[in-house]
Ligand binder design. Sequence first.
Ligand code: L34
Length: 286
Amino acid sequence: MIISGTQLAKEIKENVKTQVAEAVKTYGRPPHLVVILVGEDPASQSYVKGKGKDAEEVGFKSTTIRKPDTISEEELLEIIENLNRDDEVDGILVQLPLPAHIDEDKVIETILQSKDVDGFHPANVAALWQKRPCTYPCTPKGIIKLLDKAGVQIEGKKAVVLGRSNIVGLPAAKMLLDRNATVTIAHSRTKGLAKTAAEADILVVAIGKPKFVTEDMVKPGAAVIDVGVNREPETGKLCGDVDFANCESKASVITPVPGGVGPMTRACLMENTLECFLNKMKKNNN
Ligand code: L34
């Protein structure tokens, strides 16, 4: 079975849209999401465009701030600080990666935690790892929702996460652990990676290498979640970290690229933005 992220994302966005209409009646304005894009990387441009499109679809106010990759760190931080102070801005997202002369950690720390719709702020990360209320990072949140939608049992299962990034691998592993899976975090330097992967009931692949996972690395009946977004070197077509055609028949459920985790990342961003907005409005009313 192929799990359609596009379909599930649509359902999530419908739900957000309904709540936005309610929120407008209650609070007099929709949530406002600001996305900052530095530079002209084609992939980042495409993702940011998708976020703006989704934001408009659910009825948010949406602003994209585009800056050249020559922008100084100081200038970028100042933009963020102004957005932090702006009462009518509810969510701030700085698209990663940033040019090398800008300290990403510093940028992420500058975003007000209550407007951190990515869930990347250190205070948010700490809250996630300590099982306190937090904003769940969009991609891992989307992964869990895809598994639930497909009816995959997580509790008691062996999950293997390939990749250990702050954005995907680590938080995805933690969220699977919190659902009572037994989790192995593996990576490109793991010895016997293929064998480890092949033991997984749930295999999450975020290793950033096109068609890295082949059929021999998939346990029969496994659920395979492909987080990769790569370009096929020969054709320029989008492809995942999983060799889909090769693995499809071995997996019980598998996500496609495009149309899997990507659209879910965006839909979860819409949910997070609404959540930040509602938290703020409820606080203001007290
Ligand atoms: N701050 N930076 C920040 N937050 C994020 O959550 C991200 N990420 C990752 C890169 N940098 C970030 C994204 O937005 C990856 N990512 C992302 C978002 C959306 C899609 C892919 C990656 C997506 O929509 N993928 C589509 C295809 C898009 C295309 O045609 O290029 C898909 O169907 O997979």
